[in-house]
Write a protein that binds this ligand. Structure first.
Ligand code: FE2
Length: 413
């Protein structure tokens, strides 16, 4: 064995096991592996879980709050406007430097799979994509990156975007994105969604859209997206919707109808509470709306739900974010009111097994024969992992240790 991690506590088990790794694969899991490994790690009864997945981040925009003017209103609209100027001046080197820093934070926190959206529009053209394709190459030993071609400026109202979206898919984007609410009319929003399905079918690609990122209860594109997925037979998790803030603003009976369609469409839902707690409901007096989607109702309906970091130090979320899924999980817990131990188990599923369904990963998880990508976490339970924001003692990617963290605390009295 190339690596043996001993005394590992797997989720749902009180006893510890040894995990033997040969090359990039998990070769054996047993209460005690007798042979010696070329490298050995003693997990000391701590939690060992598959590496985290961030299914929704914008790596092209991360850290731009360091260099652009302040978002004075704090709204999504102004955040997008500020980006226009920056986007015109993007260089590949600039994108690589900013995204590269964030990827290293992510890896240090045990995240080794990312799905990033990348702006595709008439302003920045395909430069952001070119940058992220280079980033993907440069960091391929640390992280697996899926790229979503994201028409943030709209498709119908931003004429060059339609052609650029096809070109982005030809150049190596994996997933067709969308932002149908950002069109001038509801009719155009529907055309936007129809175009995305045509393009996805042409490339046999999955779809992952920003949907109704607004607290406007009149937003209707989520319902149309779900209905289109059903009609087009794009099911089994091929369609993902992020943000979906308006779902929380609907009255309960319409929300129930839409959730039922989401379930029928077998869609994945991603909430992005770090950003949306800041942006949505920002002009409310009291009570201030939370702005995130109906997480608990979706979970209760049996929908696959995850959370994503979304933004880090960009114009939408200018100050915070460290690419840590335990941190985003803690924010999600508060925003969605997950507090009971069983709910925290669900919370831990979100950046692991649930997100693996979004990315459609084939051999994810701790089982013999799967790729050896897992974390040794400085906690015995998932509840403790979130509560203490536990160190990721060892981050193992494809059989190799790629990061280590151990915080030492001394108290003097
Ligand atoms: Fe987003």
């Amino acid at each position: 064995m190339d690596l043996i991690v001993r005394n590992a506590k797997l989720r749902g088990s009180k006893k510890t096991v040894d995990i033997g790794v040969a090359g990039e694969k998990i070769a054996k899991i047993a209460p005690k592996i007798q042979e010696k490994g070329k490298k050995e790690i003693d997990a000391g009864g701590k939690l060992v879980a598959p590496t985290f997945i961030d299914p929704h981040v914008h790596l092209d925009k991360v850290l731009i709050s360091e260099v652009v003017r302040e978002n004075k209103s704090g709204t999504l609209t102004e955040a997008i406007e500020i980006i226009w100027n920056k986007k015109k001046k993007y260089t590949i080197e600039d994108i690589m430097e900013r995204a590269g820093r964030v990827i290293q934070w992510a890896v240090s926190h045990g995240t080794t799979f990312l799905r990033t959206h990348v702006d595709v529009d008439g302003i920045g053209g395909l430069k952001p994509l070119e940058g992220l394709l280079e980033v993907r190459k440069a960091y391929k030993d640390l992280v697996d990156i899926q790229i979503v071609a994201f028409p943030q400026e709209g498709i119908i109202q931003n004429a060059p975007t339609e052609k650029l979206m096809r070109k982005a898919m030809e150049m190596g984007a994996d997933v067709v994105g969308g932002m149908p609410y950002n069109e001038m009319t509801y009719d155009d929003s529907k055309k936007h969604i129809q175009y995305a399905f045509r393009l996805a079918k042409e490339f046999d690609a999955n779809i992952d859209m920003h949907v109704d990122e607004t607290d406007d209860p009149g937003a209707r594109t989520l319902q149309y997206l779900a209905a289109t997925a059903i009609r087009e037979g794009y099911k089994e998790g091929r369609v993902t919707a992020g943000h979906t803030c308006a779902l929380a603003a609907y009255d309960d009976s319409y929300a129930a109808k839409v959730i039922n369609l989401i379930k029928q469409a077998e869609m994945n839902m991603i909430t992005n509470p770090a950003t949306n707690l800041m942006l949505q409901g920002r002009r409310d007096k009291q009570p201030v709306r939370r702005g995130i989607t109906r997480v608990k109702e979706l979970v209760d309906a049996g929908v696959n739900v995850c959370y994503g970091q979304d933004c880090l130090k960009d114009t939408f979320y200018p100050t915070f974010g460290q690419a840590d899924m335990l941190e985003v999980g803690l924010i999600t817990a508060h925003a969605a009111q997950f507090s009971m131990p069983a709910e925290i188990e669900i919370l831990f599923d979100m950046p692991t097994v649930n997100a693996a369904k979004v990315l459609r990963l084939k051999d994810y998880g701790i089982a013999a024969g799967n790729t050896a990508s897992f974390n040794v976490i400085d906690a015995e339970t998932v509840q403790e992992a979130f509560r203490t924001q536990a160190d990721r003692l060892y981050v193992i990617k494809r059989g190799k240790v790629v990061a280590e963290t151990k915080t030492t605390v001394k108290i003097y009295r």
